[in-house]
Design a protein around this ligand. Structure first.
Ligand SMILES: [Zn+2]
Length: 131
């Protein structure tokens, strides 16, 4: 099933549900809503996105769109991209060589040297937007 990940530059409101622990009492579920502008995540994972909220203590929060913590994402402006969680593989021909690009749970890999060093390459870029 594909996962919806907000596009960079969108203004969204993210509601998460976490268990709150009290010192003496039992655990309770609590919803938190954060609003901000979507930025590129520091994690090399297509399901992650960062939210610039303008909060003094935590100006940027990271989210995993696949996480069960996320109750809902509301779009004030902007849109999202559907990212597939299925495993897929492609053979990409480039300059007389064939490279194997795989996508496992949204994570790309390529058999070329460039990917080994930079964790990114043009072969991955060539399949990046395919479903
Ligand atoms: Zn490559």
């Amino acid at each position: 099933m594909p996962v919806e990940v907000p596009n960079i530059g969108s203004r969204v409101r993210v509601t998460t549900r976490d268990k709150e622990y009290y010192v003496y009492a039992t655990k309770e579920w609590r919803d938190t809503t954060m609003e901000g502008i979507v930025e590129k995540s520091v994690f090399k994972d297509p399901f992650y996105f960062a939210l610039r909220t303008g909060n003094d203590f935590y100006p940027v929060s990271e989210f995993n769109a696949k996480s069960e913590r996320i109750v809902k994402i509301e779009y004030i402006t902007g849109s999202s991209t559907q990212i597939s969680t299925e495993t897929k593989a492609w053979k990409i021909q480039s300059k007389g060589k064939v490279y194997l690009v795989t996508r496992i749970a949204g994570k790309f890999n390529c058999s070329c040297k460039g990917f080994e060093f930079r964790r990114d390459c043009k072969h991955v870029g060539a399949v990046g937007k395919r479903k």
